[in-house]
Write a protein that binds this ligand. Structure first.
Ligand code: HEM
Length: 163
């Protein structure tokens, strides 16, 4: 009888230990997962704009679609007569890639030189940015969209023909 009680006691302690150890392991795994999640969030927030946008695949798609609209819109198409679209789009992609922190090299002209003879009006510039904003809204969250638009805004003074 006594031996049976001892045996039960030993088994009880044994299972209790297993329960405690596995609970601790579970708790530690949970904590680990939570801190990994938090880490991923911080990493995403600190990534360059280029990375957050989705890199070249997304940037190329945005520029392709947006330039097609700009050259077709009655508000902006005037300046694009005879322009070779492929190199123009490539140049805009390289510029935005570089300015957003990506690995591209922009070898085009400064904005002042590229637009000097185009006599671009303020209305045309604003329409261009409107179309860009609309395309960005399809592909990017608000934060990234606004960061890209912020990069373009100061170029206005170099692009628009002085009145
Ligand atoms: C912030 C706004 C703008 C940006 C970032 C921008 C960017 C560029 C870039 C990167 C180039 C190519 C330069 C090169 O490769 O040497 C370019 C050229 C040009 N842009 Fe803009 N541009 C802007 C606004 C405009 C506007 C508002 C218009 C007209 C409505 C316009 C019309 C042109 C034209 C006609 C060219 C010359 C294309 C060629 O000769 O192949 N741009 N722009």
């Amino acid at each position: 009888m006594l031996t049976q009680l001892n045996w039960n006691n030993v088994m009880c302690k044994f299972f209790l230990k297993i329960l405690i150890v596995s609970s601790l392991m579970y708790l530690s795994a949970c904590t680990n997962m939570m801190s990994n999640d938090a880490l991923t969030k911080v990493e995403i927030q600190n990534n360059s704009l280029y990375q957050r946008i989705g890199g070249l695949p997304v940037l190329t798609k945005i520029v392709d679609e947006f330039i097609d609209e700009v050259v077709a819109s009655p508000r902006t198409k005037r300046s694009f007569d005879g322009i070779k679209l492929k190199p123009f789009k490539e140049s805009v992609v390289a510029q935005l890639c570089k300015l957003s922190g990506g690995p591209c090299v922009y070898e085009g002209e400064t904005m002042a030189n590229a637009h000097r003879d185009a006599n671009i009006t303020e209305a045309e510039f604003d329409a261009f940015v409107d179309i860009f904003r609309e395309t960005l809204s399809k592909y990017l969250p608000t934060r990234e969209k606004n960061e890209l638009l912020k990069i373009l805004a100061p170029m206005k003074r170099d692009i628009v023909k002085p009145a």
